[in-house]
Unconditional design. Structure first.
Length: 57
């Protein structure tokens, strides 16, 4: 076992994070939504989009 850091600090304060789940991965910089792709699909259903979901789900 090796010593591991307290927390990931790859992202500074200036880094954008998903305002929905708080992740930095798969961030979408569209329309200033500031959300990740995962959440995008979630809210997409509410927003009315219909091009993010392939099929099933
Ligand atoms: Zn998210």
């Amino acid at each position: 076992m090796s010593f591991q850091p307290k927390k990931e600090r790859h992202f500074g304060r200036g880094a954008k994070a998903c305002r929905r789940c708080g992740t930095h991965r798969g961030m979408i910089s569209r329309a200033g939504l500031n959300i990740c792709r995962r959440c995008m699909r979630e809210i997409a259903k509410d927003l009315g989009f219909k091009k993010f979901g392939t099929h099933g789900g």
